[in-house]
Design a protein around this ligand. Structure first.
Ligand code: C5J
Length: 230
C-alpha cells in the first residue's frame, strides 16, 4: 500500500496504514475511576479524562477503516503469583494491589476495576493484552501478535503518558516498530510528566518515536477510509 504522510513531531512520517495498528494502553477503570489503583496512590484520576474523548474518536475511525485495534490492561492473577513482591509492597497506597476496593480487588484480572472503561470498551475480535508490568511487551504475546498481522507502525493512545505509554513505546521501538504517540489521546496524573514524557519520545530525531495528534490521524483516515491491517 502507498504510504500516507502523518503530520508529527519531530517531523512528518510516511506510514503504510495497512501495516499500522492502533494500540490503546491501560484505559482501565482502575486508573480512570475513583476507588481504583490510581486513586489509592493518591492521584486525582479526573486528570486522565481529557484523553478519553479524542481516543474515542480515533478508535471509531480506526474501526471504520478496518485497522487492527489492540487494547492492553495492567493487572495480575488473583493469586498474585505474577506480581513481584517489590511491586506489591511499593509506596504507601491506601489499598495495596490485591486488596478489596469499591471496584473489586485492586489491579486484579477479572475484577470490575481491572476492566476497560465503557467509552473505549473492546468489541469482539479486538485483542486484549493482559500485562503484568508497565510495558505491553513484557511477559505478553503482543510482539508475536503484531508480527503475525504484519504490523510495522503503532498509533499509541493511553495512560499514563510517562509510565505505561512510555515504557511500551520504548519496548516497541527496540523491537523495530515505529510508534506515533497521539498526544491528546494520552494523559498523566502529573501534567508536567505528560509534557516531558512526550518530549523524551520525540527528542533527538524521534529517539523512541513520533508525537502526533488525534486530529492528524482523523484527517488521514478521513481521506483514506479503508486500510485493512489484517
Ligand atoms: C501506572 C500505567 N501508572 N498504566 N500504570 O502505574 O501507566
Amino acid at each position: 500500500m502507498a504510504k500516507t504522510i502523518i503530520q508529527a513531531e519531530p517531523e512528518a512520517l510516511p506510514v503504510d496504514l495497512s501495516r499500522t495498528a492502533l494500540i490503546i494502553i491501560d484505559m482501565q477503570r482502575d486508573f480512570l475511576e475513583p476507588g481504583g489503583f490510581g486513586e489509592t496512590l493518591g492521584n486525582d484520576v479526573s486528570l486522565l479524562h481529557r484523553a478519553v474523548g479524542p481516543t474515542k474518536k480515533v478508535l471509531a475511525a480506526a474501526r471504520e477503516a478496518g485497522m487492527l485495534v489492540i487494547h492492553t490492561r495492567e493487572g495480575h492473577r488473583p493469586d498474585l503469583t505474577d506480581a513481584p513482591i517489590a511491586k506489591v509492597e511499593r509506596g504507601k497506597p491506601s489499598l495495596r494491589i490485591g486488596a478489596p476496593g469499591p471496584m473489586g480487588r485492586i489491579l486484579i484480572r477479572g475484577e470490575a476495576g481491572h476492566d476497560i472503561i465503557p467509552d473505549l470498551y473492546p468489541i469482539p475480535g479486538e485483542p486484549v493484552i493482559d500485562k503484568p508490568g508497565k510495558g505491553a511487551f513484557y511477559a505478553t504475546d503482543l510482539d508475536a501478535l503484531l508480527r503475525n498481522f504484519g504490523i510495522q507502525y503503532l498509533l499509541v493512545c493511553g495512560v499514563t503518558t510517562e509510565v505505561c505509554v512510555n515504557t511500551s513505546v520504548r519496548e516497541a521501538n527496540d523491537r523495530g516498530y515505529r510508534c506515533i504517540v497521539l498526544a491528546d489521546c494520552c494523559a498523566s496524573y502529573f501534567p508536567e510528566f505528560h509534557e516531558v514524557g512526550l518530549a523524551m519520545i520525540k527528542a533527538q530525531g524521534a529517539i523512541f518515536g513520533w508525537v502526533s495528534s488525534s486530529r492528524a490521524v482523523l484527517d488521514v483516515l478521513a481521506r483514506q477510509p479503508a486500510v485493512r491491517s489484517a
